[in-house]
Design a binder for this molecule. Structure first.
Ligand SMILES: [Zn+2]
Length: 199
């Protein structure tokens, strides 16, 4: 257990029903995640944390609507409704999430020009968030992931974790998906092929 860490991905108001980028049933996972938090010795939370007018927001791209894609300087980016703006209630953790045990809260997506789905790398796939160094320095090599959303931030984090040499398990019943254009099935297959344990 001492080498294990729970990584709770983006359980924030904007990703829950009533939020700006609500994931269907997103709040239903909170009791399951609280149970996981109580069972793990080491807990890390991630928090999507964008400045206003972030480049992933459809509202800053004239003629574009949310959930369309656009090629940005690092490649294709899905455009989202404005969400998880720094310091707003939407960016806060779900009020029922028992977050106080977290040893680290890792914020991501704070650079205006690049999004960050993964807890490890921004969407240019080269800029590290620092999480891998933190986990390695603490000897935390076995990671269990849960949170929002399965097919974006959870999956990208899981795939990067494997690529970086961590053991990675995704607790699927404690995740919910956005699922646009078959993204859930595609990312489940990618995770399975990469060696992510799907529980
Ligand atoms: Zn975001």
């Amino acid at each position: 257990m001492t080498q294990e860490a729970l990584i709770v991905i983006d359980v924030q108001n904007d990703f829950c029903p009533g939020g700006a980028l609500a994931v269907a049933d997103g709040d239903a996972i909170v009791p399951l995640i609280n149970d996981l938090i109580s069972r793990f010795e080491h807990v890390v939370l991630t928090q999507d944390w964008h400045p206003e007018r972030h480049s992933s927001f459809a509202s800053v791209h004239p003629g574009k609507a949310a959930f369309e894609t656009k090629t940005l300087h690092y490649g294709e980016q899905t455009l989202w409704p404005d969400h998880c703006v720094q310091g707003t209630g939407g960016a806060a953790f779900h009020p029922a999430l028992k977050w106080s045990k977290a040893e680290l809260i890792l914020r991501k997506g704070f650079r205006a020009s690049v999004d960050s789905y993964s807890a490890f790398f921004e969407n240019d796939r080269t800029t590290p968030t620092g999480l891998a160094g933190y986990l390695r320095e603490r000897g935390l090599t076995s990671l269990t992931l849960a949170g929002l959303a399965t097919d974006f931030c959870v999956a990208f984090s899981a795939l990067d974790g494997i690529r970086l040499g961590f053991d990675v398990k995704v607790q699927l019943e404690a995740c919910r998906a956005i699922d646009i254009g078959g993204s859930l099935d595609a990312m489940i297959a990618k995770m399975r092929d990469a060696g992510v344990a799907l529980a």
